[in-house]
Design a protein around this ligand. Structure first.
Ligand SMILES: Cc1ncc(COP(=O)(O)O)c(C=O)c1O
Length: 390
């Protein structure tokens, strides 16, 4: 039974939407592992037929996903990259796609090494620059894909203004919202057509599920993605879908604490003499701090800035020694989980981006990216202080 009270707030809905109590009375959504479903007759068209097309657990998760981003349609995938691939598979040879120049390394690799020979013309642009976007639009431009905040430089794209420009030119806008999570930014409400999440990150929150999602408001795109999801078969397993439904229940609690911890740590890093640069949208020094104030907000409308911070240690610091002195902060790729993780984008997440491209973008060898977790903030600061000073 769908939830009748439409006025419920975000944190209540994360717990209840997709988590209906069925005839058994179980208070937790059941896990249906079946790969195929009994049909009443040879020519019937039941809701569930074969699990590549969908099943009860995935269906419950997709209902929850629609709530997270206020979308009309939603699609669960086995990874963020599978979701990303589904977006690009909607287009055909000759179509032109504008894409944020500073995207996750895996998306860069997908575009430049896998899809580059398939006839779609991908063009990387600085999506912080509205005039440049206008100038880059061609007659065959079909999509503007934004990653905002971007990985790892935390550049912001103005979703509302870009969506307006796109609508005037009959172009779709997709947004990779992985870095803010649905708790901190809702691109569809700002006019975008498609939202993508690597749900491996904040939505899972415990670094134990690889998965992705698309939330869509544009009818024709939803039709195409339904076909791609069903045919390509890159769905998460029912067990992962069930785990995600459990994870979403604590999304608000986790992310609120992560965002608060990050604000304190960004301020602290900013005043540390051995830290030469701090990039965090919540700092007044961030070139797009004003846009962050407009574009990011928690479900109650308060400004939020995420829990990703990038920073550079000064030249006298040795990154390896710094990493060796970390104990609770783990040197690992990925982000958005309860456990604080640190990585060096140059040699890790963005290893597939050519050296001169990285230098042009500003991804330097001593740039570190930290994903703040929910540990006690004093413990995180004291460990960072110890590692930086040694
Ligand atoms: C911004 C962003 N988009 C997409 C992805 C890809 O997601 P996944 O690793 O779930 O395939 C990542 C992974 O780190 C990411 O950081």
């Amino acid at each position: 039974m769908p939830i009748k009270n439409k006025k419920l707030k975000f944190s209540t809905k994360t717990i209840h939407v997709g988590n209906k109590i069925d005839d058994t009375g179980a208070t937790v959504t059941p896990l249906h592992l079946s790969s195929t479903f009994k049909q009443p007759g040879f020519s019937s068209s039941e809701k569930f037929v074969y699990s590549r097309t969908g099943g009860p657990t995935i269906d419950a998760l997709e209902e929850n996903f629609r709530m997270l981003e206020n979308s009309k349609y939603s699609f669960a995938f086995g990874s963020g990259m599978a979701a990303m691939t589904a977006i690009f598979l909607m287009f055909k040879p000759g179509d032109h796609v504008l894409i944020s120049k500073n995207v996750y390394g895996g998306v860069f690799r997908l575009v430049t090494k896998v899809l580059n020979d398939n006839g779609i013309k991908f063009e990387f642009v600085d999506t912080t620059d509205l005039e440049l976007i206008k100038k880059s639009i061609k007659d065959n431009t079909k999509l503007i894909h934004l990653e905002t905040p971007s990985n790892p430089l935390l550049e912001l794209a103005d979703i509302k203004s870009i969506s307006k420009i796109a609508k005037q030119n009959d172009i779709l806008v997709s947004v990779d919202n992985t870095f803010m999570s649905p708790y901190g930014q809702n691109p569809l409400d700002l006019g975008a057509d498609i939202v993508m999440h690597s749900t491996t990150k904040f939505i899972c929150g415990h670094s134990d599920i690889l998965s992705g999602a698309l939330m869509v408001n544009h009818d024709k795109s939803a039709e195409k993605i339904t076909l791609i999801q069903n045919t390509g078969g890159a769905l998460p397993s029912p067990f992962d879908a069930w785990l995600l439904l459990r994870s979403v229940k604590t999304l608000s609690l986790r992310v609120e604490k992560q965002f608060k911890n990050a604000e304190k740590i960004a301020d602290w890093l900013d005043s540390h003499p051995k830290v030469s640069k701090v990039i965090f949208p919540g700092l007044k020094s961030h070139p797009q701090h004003d846009l962050a104030l407009k574009q990011h907000s928690d479900p109650n409308g308060n400004p939020v800035f995420g829990s990703m911070i990038s920073f550079e240690l000064d030249e006298s610091s040795n990154l390896d020694t710094f990493a060796e002195n970390l104990e609770i902060i783990t040197l690992a790729e990925s982000l958005g989980g309860v456990k604080t993780l640190i990585s060096c984008p140059y040699s890790m997440t963005h290893a597939s981006v050519p050296k001169d491209e990285k230098e042009k973008l500003g991804i330097t060898k001593n740039l570190l990216r930290i994903s703040i977790g929910i540990e006690d903030v004093d413990d995180l600061i004291s460990e960072l202080d110890f590692a930086i000073n040694h």
